[in-house]
Design a protein around this ligand. Sequence first.
Ligand code: UT7
Length: 351
Amino acid sequence: MKETPAKKPGEDPASEASLDGKPYRSPVVAVLGVGSYTPERVLNNEDLERMVDTSDEWIVTRTGIRERHIISEEQATSDLGIEAGKRALAQAGLSAGELELILLATATPDQITPATVCHIQRELGAPRAAGFDMNAACTGFVNALMTGHQLIAGGGFANALIIGADALSTITDYEDRESCVLFGDGAGALVIGAGDGPGVVMDHIVGMDGTGAEMIRVNAGGSRQPASHETIERREHFLRMDGRKVFRFAVAKICELVEEVTTRNGLSLDDIDLIVPHQANLRILEAARRGLGLDADRVMANVDRYGNTSNASIPLALDEAAREGRLQPGMLVILVAFGGGLTWGATLLRW
Ligand code: UT7
């Protein structure tokens, strides 16, 4: 993908380029590189058996998760994002000094202010880059990719590093067996740039429904309930969710989004080579796959080794698919996300 000749902003606006004669919905923005990083420390199901009343058998049967990676005491979300960003930049053949925009999707910032992306910019050595953090829970990466795409397509920036990074272990209650078995830490990143190329960002669908805000939440530590001794005693700084409701929402949303982004681009499901969904639970992925009538090899699943890494999960899975050779130039890929808020989104890519 690194051979892609990046065009200057505005050189190819609202491109007449097409996919097999079918029109793109958006101006042309190329995918230049992908990378990911997970911390070294591994927490497996046997470790969790010693921490809460659970079993490897229950976790594998109900979630498909076998292990997840957890940050060390010295690490924070930015450290994960920096490493993934470096790897994506290396693959894109772009130096950090050339970067114009960095967008970080995260639900677990290093601190409330400054934005975590500032730490990433400093450590990458990208002085020309503007940037900001975005929080749409597990949907954040798709929102950030859409934002970066549109900012480049609008002519304001020539390139962008889009990072999804989370350290969910820092808001996980390791006394709550329903949630603590699910989450892991990691980061993934995509470099995109103005111009056509073998990889192209084609379309996005995003949405939200704030009436579902209670379904996945961290109650304290924000302006509604600032941190206090009492909130800490009540363990309100940890993530809580209604797992069964989220499960049903997720399966329905994946199917709906995949069908919508496919049909509105004049494609059929048969045209799609790989779907890369947010990795929350293998049963969710399997139920959605069956609902769409797809074979297992067309839905990327690596939740067994990473758990739910929130904003990192899609770029982490995309990077793994690329390294496994499951993505070849020209293939059509759908990224599909759902998460707290409730929020959801899908991106159509030509690899
Ligand atoms: O990014 C989005 C974030 N969230 C999600 O994606 C979560 C989506 N939801 C899920 O993945 C599933 O709903 C869970 C994995 C959270 C739970 O699986 P489930 O099949 O929906 O189980 P359940 O909540 O219906 O619970 C079944 C039983 C309960 O016991 P009783 O009431 O039947 O006696 C739970 O107490 O399993 C029990 N249970 C556990 N048992 C052993 C719940 N967690 C555990 C556990 N180990 N870790």
